[in-house]
Design a protein around this ligand. Structure first.
Ligand SMILES: Nc1ncnc2c1ncn2[C@@H]1O[C@H](COP(=O)(O)OP(=O)(O)OP(=O)(O)O)[C@@H](O)[C@H]1O
Ligand SMILES: [Mg+2]
Length: 332
């Protein structure tokens, strides 16, 4: 459909797809506002850099938490900016939008996102469950065999089986990369007596977290001494944070097994053959495929497009009216 974009307003990042242009925006879902007068100071990557570093006059907001609207005004301001970035010169009117929402999202969640979109003049919008869009975005053939998707995002993890008929069995869990960052943070504080910031915790995860046996990367981590408050640095290796990393992924894999146990024998057989399709930023952890195979005996398929798959799937539906009307959630 002409003038229809795909939007993924995630807990960590916002992605926008435009027909003919592909992914035209990929930015953190973060905004920095003047604390008193509420004007926008920074958005996206620039705003994210201010987390833990802002002055008293600045409030840094992550307006989506666990895939829910946590701050309506901040999210409206942020989305307005992002839509302006991609639409001003390229499209005449505000586009229609296809947007992914968590599996089984309730009416209140959808209503809140609707209000945000309406406030940015995106009056016509279609919500589709993330699992379906991710499957389309990964290019999986939905007509022949069902697929089992695990999308490990920043705030939530979507787990379930989908087929051409829709979601066969799925669940959205309030666990994501941000929970792992917090677990790593607490672990470093306990183990090293070092207090670290949110961004540092994510950096530690991205640099040294690994489930690959024998991996021995390490890095110097800066923070403040938990008791004296003075700046201090320690060296953190894969082994030092293996416990929280394992606890996090073991929990997710346990839920994967629970969801799988609910599938019919027919679908279970199909999935056993194809393996599990991972997406979302959390699927990029080093050693995840090997670890998953060792735990479950099944293949883990991980994609380079992990963080944009849901939005790319939104793009597939934005270009296909039939598919869109088949999967769009009808709100009562
Ligand atoms: N290589 C990596 N290893 C582990 N985690 C990673 C890696 N790369 C990115 N991440 C994490 O992935 C998360 C972001 O994933 P993603 O972009 O899929 O989330 P999102 O769609 O914004 O969130 P949600 O779907 O929960 O609303 C962040 O927590 C980030 O730290
Ligand atoms: Mg996501």
């Amino acid at each position: 459909m002409k003038n229809t974009i795909a939007l993924d307003i995630g807990s960590s990042k916002t992605v926008i797809y435009q027909p003919g242009g592909g992914i035209v925006l990929y930015e953190p879902t973060v905004i920095a506002l003047d604390r008193e007068r509420r004007f926008v100071k920074e958005t996206g990557a620039e705003a994210k850099k201010l987390i833990g570093r802002a002055s008293d006059s600045t409030e840094v907001v992550t307006p989506v938490f666990e895939s829910e609207v946590a701050d309506f005004d901040a999210l409206s301001l942020l989305l307005e900016r992002y839509l302006n970035k991609v639409t001003v010169h390229k499209l005449s009117a505000r586009p229609r939008a296809v947007m992914n929402v968590p599996c089984g999202a309730d009416v209140t969640t959808l209503r809140k996102f609707s209000r945000v979109l309406n406030s940015c003049d995106v009056s016509e919008h279609y919500f589709v469950e993330s699992l379906i869009l991710t499957a389309y975005g990964l290019g999986l053939n939905m007509t022949t065999t069902p697929s089992f998707i695990v999308d490990i995002g920043g705030g939530t993890t979507e787990i379930g089986a989908v087929s051409g008929d829709g979601v066969l069995c799925g669940i959205s869990v309030n666990m994501g990369g941000l929970s792992l960052d917090n677990m790593i943070r607490a672990y470093i504080e306990d183990g090293f007596g070092l207090t670290i910031g949110r961004l540092t915790a994510e950096k530690v995860k991205l640099t040294v977290a690994s489930l690959l046996e024998g991996d021995n990367v390490s890095m110097i981590v800066n923070g403040s001494d938990t008791s004296s408050g003075r700046p201090r640095a320690v060296s953190v290796s894969v082994k030092d944070i293996l416990t929280p990393v394992k606890v996090f992924y073991d929990k997710i894999f346990e839920i994967v097994q629970m969801v799988m146990a609910k599938l019919s024998a027919e679908v279970a057989a199909d999935i056993r053959r194809t393996g599990v399709f991972f997406s979302g930023g959390g699927s990029k952890l080093v050693g995840l495929p090997e670890y998953f195979r060792a735990q479950s005996g099944m293949r883990a398929n991980v994609f380079d497009s992990a963080e944009v798959a849901a939005c790319l799937g939104g793009g597939v539906l934005a270009n296909d009216k039939k598919l869109l009307s088949k999967y769009a959630i009808v709100r009562k």
